[in-house]
Write a protein that binds this ligand. Structure first.
Ligand code: 9D3
Length: 278
């Protein structure tokens, strides 16, 4: 996959992609990145890329022509068709499904705005979609573009090692991750849950599944569609809630094994929608 970044700070996005999984994807030839600076396509001694907004108001707006010339130069640099995406607070929110969709394109052009944004006519003429990374205010599109590059690069076939792929699988079901522990077993901050030391792989898998369900229910109920859970998952979650209500704290790892027989309809409904004490 090839990603072209249109930005007044194109090296910034490239640097963000230079390390870890994404850096390795570059080294393996799974991802190539190219930066295009609209300043290089601006006219005149001052090479202006922005102007004051018609209608008045604070801030500056990015000019059509330097951006359009940069976008067209990027398109012309490779014959494969590119999806052109404007990183914008007005865009649809990036999520894992969108990352997967974008990862399937052979080419992306990510347009990063600065100042108040870009002239609307440029968006209408040259942009296929607008994309936000969340409801908070950034100073420009570059960090958002770096997020897209990271999310999309790790989805390229061969980008992840075996261990990372296995971890990825457990995320793809839309649940939060289970807690992780490593040595030492005993520490002044506490002990490792006994189940993880048991050597019983079925029990461990069940405990981890229960932790994922329970933590998703507590922290991100918006991610959890309880009706879509399997009967086993509903029982595991009910047992997690029951342990929590009993004040034991389901994260001590005591009773995942007993969950299979628990009543799935027991308790928990009173606290739904509120913080669930973790
Ligand atoms: C404070 C300026 N705001 C006036 C109402 C508008 C505004 C303009 C430009 C807010 C942010 C920006 C710069 N942001 C991006 O370019 C951006 C962004 C973001 O700010 N949040 C989440 N995703 C993205 S994608 C691009």
């Amino acid at each position: 996959m090839r990603i072209d970044v249109i930005s007044l700070f194109p090296e910034f996005v490239a640097q963000c992609a230079a390390f870890g999984v994404v850096g390795r994807a570059g080294e393996r030839g799974l991802l190539s990145m190219h930066g295009w600076n609209p300043r290089d396509y601006a006219e005149g001694n001052y090479r202006r890329v922005d102007e004051r907004p018609f209608g008045g108001g604070p801030g500056m707006v990015m000019l059509i022509d330097p951006l359009r010339a940069a976008i067209r130069a990027a398109r012309a640099a490779d014959p494969a068709p590119a999806r052109t995406i404007y990183m914008s607070p007005q865009g649809a929110r990036l999520d894992q499904a969108k990352a997967r969709e974008l990862a399937g394109h052979e080419r992306l052009i990510l347009l990063c705005g600065r100042y108040e944004g870009v002239d609307e006519r440029l968006i209408r003429a040259e942009v296929d979609e607008e994309l936000s990374i969340g409801d908070y205010v950034l100073s420009g599109g570059e960090l958002a573009a770096a997020v897209v590059v990271d999310a999309v690069a790790r989805l390229q076939d061969g980008a992840l090692g075996d261990a990372e792929s296995a971890v990825q699988d457990s995320f793809e079901d839309g649940l939060l991750d289970c807690p992780h522990y490593t040595r030492p077993v005993e520490h002044e901050l506490g002990a490792v849950p006994e189940v993880l030391m048991s050597g019983n792989h079925a029990r461990i898998a069940q405990w981890r599944r229960q932790q994922s369900l329970g933590r998703t229910w507590q922290r991100r109920p918006d991610l959890l569609d309880e009706a879509a859970l399997s009967k086993t998952d509903r029982k595991l979650l009910a047992a997690y809630r029951a342990e929590l209500a009993a004040g034991k704290g389901a994260e001590t790892g005591s009773t995942a094994a007993s969950a299979a027989g628990a009543d799935p309809e027991s308790d928990g409904s009173a606290t739904r929608g509120a913080a669930r004490g973790d």
